[in-house]
Design a protein around this ligand. Structure first.
Ligand SMILES: NC(=O)c1ccc[n+]([C@@H]2O[C@H](COP(=O)([O-])OP(=O)(O)OC[C@H]3O[C@@H](n4cnc5c(N)ncnc54)[C@H](O)[C@@H]3O)[C@@H](O)[C@H]2O)c1
Ligand SMILES: O=C(O)C[C@H](O)C(=O)O
Ligand SMILES: [Mg+2]
Length: 562
């Protein structure tokens, strides 16, 4: 117990304290607390330290022999004793991150209604659209500072999961706390329940959401607008992270709200920031610049176009023109390479097309230019997969890329594991260990010719906890492109490969908290520079980051007089 911290005064006693996950300490309550709060007899005799409790919980955890059961077990601790949950995760971060987050969280979303146990967060269902304000007031947290919001329509590469998508905001916020030190008391996951178009869920008798086709168009936009206004009235300073919205809504919602509220879209901007950070580190190790690369994407959706625009911005900052940068970025989607002659492209895709003139000398089979055609003609040095479709980086494509690029950078970023464009094992074998590989989901190290290659996890989880901590520590009112760019550069500075020329592309998860603090500082400095936060000295900013960083330790409780 941290006796140096001032005690927390509680206005109530008895079993209600044990039922409150933010306050519960289980056998961690002291003798004095047990007497003052009428807890005697409600918990076993022994008074335990949190480390003793962690030991028991970890033993129980290891008894489960599949990841989903481990996930359910951990979620149960989270829902009964949050401090213990975060201490357990803190002590075993590398082992438990894939269990509380990607990839296991994907399965948990698919099985959400089947495995549902306890309430967490808010479900704002469309039929209750006139009572959003009341629902926000019902939240179990009063002082909300970070909200992760989904409508469940594009959950990882798993499609529409309806309210099952709630697993994602819960998982993301678990990382805001365990990686970014945001107190769980400030975090609120919210799902907008606007129906589902997933026929399996609509027919599933266990499905717990509003059993209705998704509302769309004006009705949908009005509902989101209603929600944004209400949430802003309730918690005007809260950071709102949009997560796993379908392509048709993700970018328009970002455009609508980014200059109005403190908000960002993690799939578009968080992913862009982590990918640019990883590429900057890779370029530094290879003593080249990003603006010298030719980059091909498979998947021109929210993530793909978000990353592409951030890469272009970085290339321009390195000294080439925007036109030159755009000419080096090739976006491939279902109908092949995006070309300016293509009808029906979305506005954010139209800026990322190649012109007929630029392709005039290309050798290709037909009108629709395939990924293989692009690889053979554009000779990319970087290949990024954000299609959500597995296996599309075939042996032929990877070998073709390797033929003209001795050290190709290949990032199959689609999640979860089942959606990866190619496994690191295959990519490294096809390239004789010469590719630099990073994936969205975690993968085991790969051995080729007796050399072991660690696989970096290029996932926005390296970025959003630091952004949240930075925003909270300086009181930023917006999340700007400059703040995101600052987060990329800060991440690149933390790369062992970028810094020393050897080692892993991204930092070890064991260091994620110091990485988040470093990113937070850079993000807050950028916010201050742009006038989105009040000026303060570097020392005060550092102090604020430390002060805001919550630690999973029990506090002493005192009783207020009733
Ligand atoms: N690693 C990370 O941090 C990270 C972050 C965001 C998204 N992702 C992953 O990226 C994937 C895409 O996410 P998104 O938000 O961009 O989704 P999205 O739906 O906006 O975009 C996916 C795009 O891929 C295209 N596509 C699908 N099948 C294809 C095929 N066979 N050939 C070519 N193109 C195809 C779709 O037409 C669409 O434009 C998901 O699997 C998601 O989990 C990873
Ligand atoms: O959730 C993740 O693991 C990353 C990303 O936000 C995604 O949608 O795939
Ligand atoms: Mg996401």
């Amino acid at each position: 117990m941290d006796d140096n911290k001032r005690p927390l005064y509680l206005p109530f006693a008895g079993p209600a304290i044990l039922e409150s996950p933010l306050l519960n300490k289980g056998t961690g309550f002291s003798e004095e607390e047990r007497i003052f709060f009428n807890l005697e007899g409600l918990i076993p005799w022994e008074i335990e330290t949190i480390e003793e409790q962690v030991e028991r919980a970890y033993q129980q955890y290891t008894n489960f022999n599949n990841d989903l059961d481990k996930h359910i077990y951990l979620r149960n601790i989270q829902d009964t004793n949050e401090t213990l949950f975060y201490r357990l995760v803190h002590n075993h971060i590398s082992e438990m991150m894939p269990i509380i987050y990607t990839p296991t969280v994907g399965l948990a979303c698919e099985r959400f209604s089947k495995d549902y146990r306890r309430n967490r967060g808010l479900f704002i269902s469309y039929p209750n659209k006139d009572r959003i304000e009341e629902m926000l007031n019902n939240a179990t947290r009063q002082k909300v500072k970070v909200i992760v919001l989904t409508d469940g329509e594009r959950i990882l590469g798993l499609g529409d999961q309806g309210i099952g998508g709630m697993g994602i905001p819960i998982g993301k916020l678990s990382l805001y706390t365990s990686c970014g030190g945001i107190s769980p008391a400030y975090c609120l996951p919210i799902t907008l329940d606007v129906g589902t178009d997933n026929p399996h869920l609509l027919e599933d008798p266990m499905y717990m959401g509003w059993r209705h086709q998704r509302i769309a168009g004006q009705e949908y936009n009005d509902f989101v607008e209603e929600f944004m206004q209400a949430v802003h009235r309730r918690w005007p300073e809260a950071l709102i992270q949009f997560e796993d919205f379908a392509q048709k809504n993700a970018m328009p919602l970002l455009e609508r709200y980014k200059d109005q509220y403190c908000t960002f879209n993690d799939d578009i901007q968080g992913t862009a920031a982590v990918t640019v950070g990883s590429l900057l580190a890779a370029c530094k190790a290879a003593k080249t610049q990003l603006c010298e690369q030719r980059i091909t994407f498979l998947g021109a959706g929210s993530a793909g176009c978000g990353i592409a625009e951030a890469i272009i911005a970085q290339m321009v900052s390195e000294g080439i023109t925007e036109a030159q940068a755009r000419a080096q970025v090739f976006m491939v989607d279902r109908w092949g390479l995006l070309q300016d002659s293509m009808p029906n492209l979305l506005p954010f895709q139209q800026k990322l097309t190649q012109s007929a003139q630029a392709l005039a000398h290309w050798q290709k089979a037909d009108e629709n230019i395939s990924l293989l055609d692009v690889v053979n003609n554009a000779k990319p040095t970087v290949l990024i997969g954000v299609s959500g479709a597995p296996g599309l980086f075939t042996e032929e494509i990877i070998r073709a890329m390797h033929q003209h690029c001795p050290r190709p950078i290949v990032f199959p970023l689609s999640n979860p594991t089942s959606r990866v464009e190619a496994t690191p094992k295959n990519i490294l074998h096809w390239t004789n260990g010469e590719a630099l590989v990073a994936t969205g989901s975690p993968f085991e190290p790969v051995v080729v010719n007796d050399i072991t290659y660690q696989i970096a996890q290029c996932n926005n989880s390296f970025i959003f906890p630091g952004i949240g901590l930075g925003v909270l520590s300086c009181g930023a009112s917006r999340v700007s492109d400059e703040m995101l760019m600052a987060s990329s550069r800060a991440l690149a500075e933390c790369s062992p490969l970028g810094q020393h020329g050897t080692g892993s592309l991204l930092p070890d998860l064991e260091h994620i908290q110091s990485v988040s603090k470093f990113i937070a500082f850079a993000v807050a400095k950028a916010a201050i520079k742009q006038g989105y936060a009040l000026p303060c000295s570097d020392e005060l900013l550092q102090q604020s980051i430390e002060d805001n960083f919550w630690k999973p330790e029990y506090r002493r409780y005192k009783r207020t007089s009733f």
